[in-house]
Design a protein around this ligand. Sequence first.
Ligand SMILES: O=C(O)CCC(=O)C(=O)O
Length: 411
Amino acid sequence: MTATVESAATHEDHVRQVALASEYEVAAGFRGEPAAFDAQGHAVGRQVFPAEILRQVRAPLVDILVAEGVVRVDDHDRLRWTGAHPDVDRTPLWEALVDTYESLVVATGLGAAAIEATWGRPAVLWEGTLNLYVLAPGGPLRVHRDGWHKMGTAAPEEHFKAWVPLTRLGPGDGGLAVAAGSHRIPDGPGEVAIKHPLHLEQLTSTGSLPSPAVLEPLWRANTFEVGDALAFCPTIVHSTAANTGPWLRMAFAFAGQDARVPLAVKAGLNLDPSRALTDVEHLTLAILAVQPSTPWQARGAFYPRGFLGRLGVDESDDRVARAFETLQARRLIEPADPQPDAAQNTGIHQYFRSTVAGTSLAVDWLSSPGTSTVTQPLFAGRLVLAGWLGLDTAPLLSENPPLPARSLPRP
Ligand SMILES: O=C(O)CCC(=O)C(=O)O
């Protein structure tokens, strides 16, 4: 009898009943424990963001909601829901969030710093992973795991999801519930038996979660102030907690990885100033140290007939153009239009040159000995650029692998 009742209970039933618990919290000014995070699969960081910055991130979203007449701002850090039904049009909110998130959370390095404090590991954010979650009273719960598509080759524990509430959340206000430790529990059997896993996370992304009975004792929720964050392992089972109060709950989330693990191309090139430059950014910087160039011209260098493309260095147009944005944000390059007022010198046809700091960084990078991650095409490209900049290439040649069999570009 008990077994029948137990098996009939759904994930959502358990999440609706979840009690508040704070097994792993990191207080403001302290640093998280990677081992505790690995065991629990999550950690709550208290006041790891400056609350005022998050209020600025929130402000344009609140303006939209007030103009739509669905919330009233009558309580500190909470929005009274006055809408007719729990559906909220997220599109304009999302568009407003992207800008403030990029400029106030990513480009300031505050997002990486908040996760580093909570997680206890150096963090680097993945581009294009921003999500906005808006939950009106009575809104739906969704029990799920995130998956492998926002992870590189390292173990799931070396990646994080960050969930950042934009409103104060008391008990019953719809925080985020996690099934502590579930990041290590495989899914139930999928629709078709797996003969050979096609992906490292195949056993935790079948779409068939561990049973409600297995997860039931693991569910935890929490209360949050603006400035707090929840970091969790992407494979942990989690869910919106039930919003039974009178307030609209808003949160955003982003994903990333341990900064010491090599960054996959899929991670993108975010504007976080603490992120180490990638090869495409170093190469682009070195090109601009050689001569002023436009994004269009630099892209040409990476094309199959470009000097880097012919050596086997393969990069997409998007990443080369994006490298200009990172380098300019870090003041390593600056506009250098030969005819500043010429209408054609805009967008991908705008000229840039390296600044003094940029040239010095390019020279350091070109002159530094290679590591095991320097491929032969990259090494050959660095040699060409070092030669063009008149650098002594002898130390590079004595410390690095031999040149690839392909010939160097004609002068
Ligand atoms: O905030 C929510 O309701 C869901 C959050 C979530 O699923 C996530 O951050 O991955």
